[in-house]
Design a protein around this ligand. Structure first.
Ligand SMILES: C=CC1=C(C)c2cc3[nH]c(cc4nc(cc5[nH]c(cc1n2)c(C)c5CCC(=O)O)C(CCC(=O)O)=C4C)c(C)c3C=C
Ligand SMILES: [Fe+2]
Ligand SMILES: [Fe+2]
Length: 346
């Protein structure tokens, strides 16, 4: 480097979805209002979306969601938030002083605005954005990308920015899930494995389909240039790779989708639905199930409560004996290394 050349630093922005500031109904309401009026999450015209969600859906949902958040809350607050902050610290340590790592949430706090401001203050030369969603969805990754661009387009000096749009088949990501799965499988025998992903409306996949390639069927069994951004195909790709790492044959696992809101929004969500997959299992002699939640890199309401508690209850009511959730990647050393590698390779 020439003697007087400025020392260049690279900014890294890690982003997760968001969580309420507290499990009180008022904070949950504020969070859901921001989340469910995002046009990439609820893709209705704004003139319908705002009155419907702020006026009806959120006021009804917030008190119920607040009760669930109260179950999830820990001494350190929301797991999604504190695992994110821990990951930021560890990735910063591993990357060293040529990088500045910030952490933000798409909804609520710490905001993406604040995180980007930290990077601007640090005079970084360029910014790498890593939305912490392994599989691309317009409702998650796309929304983060749009928010980041909306903010930096107003800066006088617009920085060079790159986005890591998905990492569904990233070897470090897969290896970490495999390592966590092996730990659980060493403790006892399982009859079957379920990979349960956050659902999205089928319409969202079809809207992103390249020249009509995606049909939500067998097209998702391979992952190629035509379905590069198909959330469902990416979920199947992650599952196949984890299954291969665990030495599972196709009949030993099922891929399914949870958290559907289709009863209220009417349109079908990605299928098969996890609750419908798990209920008939005990009658087929499948009494011990290990469940993975590979759409999430950190414990949150969707993993700990929905998969770890609600599905366990459903499975046991149906005659199942043991339902076990594999913990999320959180700050597993292999995951910290995987994130660091993704950034260095960008
Ligand atoms: C994996 C990425 C996610 C996608 C894609 C996604 C789409 C999506 N979500 C909703 C509605 C809700 N999701 C909720 C919680 C939630 N969702 C994600 C991730 C994705 N969502 C996470 C990580 C979390 C947990 C946050 C936490 O604080 O722990 C909720 C709130 C909880 C509740 O009230 O039940 C809602 C609502 C839609 C409609 C959607 C796509 C269209
Ligand atoms: Fe969600
Ligand atoms: Fe597809």
């Amino acid at each position: 480097m020439p003697e007087n050349a400025p020392q260049r630093r690279i900014g890294v922005l890690l982003v997760n979805l968001g969580t309420p500031d507290s499990p009180q109904t008022s904070d949950v309401r504020r969070y859901l209002n921001e989340f469910l009026t995002d046009g990439r999450v609820v893709d209705m015209p704004a003139a319908v979306r705002y009155p419907l969600f702020q006026g009806l859906v959120v006021p009804l949902r917030a008190p119920k969601s607040a009760k669930i958040y109260q179950q999830l809350w820990t001494e350190r607050g929301s797991p999604l938030l504190f695992h994110g902050l821990d990951l930021q610290k560890l990735v910063q340590e591993r990357l060293g002083s040529h990088y500045v790592v910030a952490f933000g949430m798409r909804y609520q706090n710490p905001s993406i605005e604040k995180a980007l401001e930290e990077l601007r203050e640090a005079a970084v030369d360029r910014i790498i954005v890593l939305p912490l969603f392994p599989q691309y969805a317009s409702a998650s990754t796309g929304s983060v990308q749009q928010k980041v661009m909306d903010i930096v387009r107003k800066w006088w000096v617009v920085p060079s920015i790159s986005f890591i749009s998905s990492f569904a088949d990233n070897p470090g990501f897969i290896d970490t899930i495999v390592a966590l799965g092996k730990e659980e499988m060493a403790k006892r025998d399982y009859d079957h494995i379920v990979f349960s992903y956050h659902g999205i409306p089928e319409r969202h996949v079809l809207k992103g389909s390249f020249k009509g390639y995606c049909q939500l069927g067998k097209c998702c069994n391979t992952y190629n240039k035509n379905n590069r951004y198909c959330y469902r195909a990416q979920c199947f790709a992650t599952s196949r790779l984890v299954a291969a790492g665990l030495g599972l044959s196709p009949d030993q696992y099922t891929v399914s989708f949870q958290s559907r809101l289709q009863s209220r929004l009417r349109d079908p969500w990605l299928q098969p639905y996890t609750d419908e997959v798990l209920k008939p299992l005990p009658a087929k002699g499948i009494k011990n199930v290990l469940a993975f939640s590979p759409a999430f890199v950190a414990d949150c309401l969707e993993t700990t409560i929905e998969v770890g508690e609600e599905f366990k209850e459903l499975f046991e009511e149906a005659g199942g004996e043991h339902w076990q959730l594999v913990p999320s990647l959180n700050t597993h050393p292999l995951w910290v290394e995987a994130v660091t590698d993704m950034i260095r390779q960008n």
